[in-house]
Design a protein around this ligand. Sequence first.
Ligand SMILES: Cc1cc2nc3c(=O)[nH]c(=O)nc-3n(C[C@H](O)[C@H](O)[C@H](O)COP(=O)(O)O)c2cc1C
Length: 233
Amino acid sequence: MQTTDTPTPTSAPTSATSTAPTASTASTATVPAPGSGSAPGALPIRTAVVIGSNRDGRFGPVVADWLLSRLRPRADLDVDVIDLAATDLPTALTSRPSPDVAAELARVSPKLAAADAFVVLTPEYNHSYPAALKSLIDWHYAEWQAKPVALVSYGGVSGGLRAVEHLRQVFAELHAVTIRDTVSFHNAGSHFDEEGRHRDPAVADAAARRMVDQLVWWARALRTAKEEHPYTA
Ligand SMILES: Cc1cc2nc3c(=O)[nH]c(=O)nc-3n(C[C@H](O)[C@H](O)[C@H](O)COP(=O)(O)O)c2cc1C
């Protein structure tokens, strides 16, 4: 995993820190403490996890399985998944979608609309994020507004960090709030064994916990704010 490139005021490690594969450890062995800081009786945060790659032979499901195994046990989250490999939205936008496209939107859009928060999992393609992910984003507008977005990335040497920075700009345009901390895997394949288990998950798990705790904070704060003052863009 990669560090963020934002310098901290001290020499303390940044929040998304590096891992190097060591001894094999089952990824399910160190599930984070569920729902740390969740207020008793607080409604869980409806969290849509977007799996952003859709190419044949993609590595995305391996990272997605690790991510979902960390998210699903949390009592403060209610997790839904939108996998772009199972989503068929054209790149050509139109206000008069064909029946097929309308049916696909009817399947996907309500999931985005119902979400209080998002976790977007993205690889890096040519220093950015995949076209299918841009397409999903662009087909929607209000569904993203005034909601927090956490970003998990993977790739080659970059760990997908350039894709993450591009997504921050895009989500800002949509009035969404991206979370400061990320989780990123450089040379992603090297972190997982043949069964798709993270070889040494402690640092990645801690980074995910910090990121999701921040996501939940923002989702709760925005939920309260929107109850008091509906967001008007
Ligand atoms: C078209 C394409 C472009 C890529 N460009 C980059 C890149 O710019 N930087 C990088 O670190 N990795 C790059 N990679 C490596 C991918 O991030 C890596 O293979 C990742 O596993 C792809 O995700 P996927 O397997 O879920 O599709 C690229 C891969 C593809 C297919």
